[in-house]
Design a protein around this ligand. Sequence first.
Ligand code: NAD
Ligand code: SER
Length: 321
Amino acid sequence: MPTILVTGALGQIGSELVPALRARHGADSVIATDLKALAPGNATDGGPYGHLDCTEVQQVHEAVRRYDVDVIYHLAALLSASAEAAPQLAWSVNMSGLYNVLEVAREYRCKVFFPSSIGAFGPGTPRDATPQVTIQRPNTIYGVTKVSGELLCDYYAHRFGVDTRGLRLPGLVSYVAAPGGGTTDYAVEMFIHAVRYARYSCFLASDTRLDMMYMPDAVAAMMDLMEADEARLHHRNAYNITAMSITPAELADAIRQHIPGFIVDYDVDPVRQAIADSWPRSLDDSAARQDWNWSPRFDLKAMTSDMIERLKDRLAAARSR
Ligand code: NAD
Ligand code: SER
């Protein structure tokens, strides 16, 4: 069994990736780490947990040495809107953090997963069926760190033989942990507000089309990519993947199939709208499908039914406590 270290493990992705990795590899084989303290009952409880600031190379080094780590899922980062509000901090966490992880991985021969994003594209990129290989000139600090991260991971693979692999993830929809300051967060907020209040005020315009994915598909993609035959990987850092390309209005309509009186109004936030307008409307994920058999299970209809059912269950459980 490999020993796996997850950085930024208490975030939206880590809260579902860590339990999935533990189910596959055993609880003690997966070391969850984050800046934050682990609260009792947290989704990542149930196995080793430690404080780790990825901007402190000694802390990364010590965790990898102490646990004899084989694989690192490096999730710690600032997301697009948080990064735009604090560009200097975003550079430090997203770039210095990744550099530290890669340096330690080089020394200890660890395999590394790096989550890139649709944010790695920019206004000059073809926005429909965005190709795997295309123009990447993002105009956000988040995007700059994601393209740089893709290049740095490729460099460590070619120059030092570090087995780095990455995905350009779309906006992720989930119910376990709240999203951490992204532009696609509207989708999660819309579900939560629909179930709680049957009303939502959306910060993106109704026709803003972006790629999205339900978290179980994203978690499966990360694990599948890391287990794929290296010889078949033509791109490494990083593969386009997507499950649906939707607008807020389309998501609201899908929710209305379950909550008919759901009301949405639009109060556009210019900062997040500008970020969304610089991103692809839909990705071409054929390279991932071809190289490692990527295929999502959840479309908009299936994701909507599952999200609403899970959120209603959680709300009922919270009310009965
Ligand atoms: P998140 O914001 O929910 O979680 C990030 C975690 O990193 C937080 O728990 C935070 O405490 C931690 N963190 C922040 N600074 C740190 C530091 N210096 N050292 C260690 N931990 C630190 O983010 P997420 O949604 O789980 O995303 C994880 C990764 O996936 C990020 O790289 C993000 O860019 C990428 N990604 C996410 C999405 C999405 O929709 N969630 C889409 C594309 C890419
Ligand atoms: N969901 C992420 C964000 O909006 C995309 O990387 O920042």
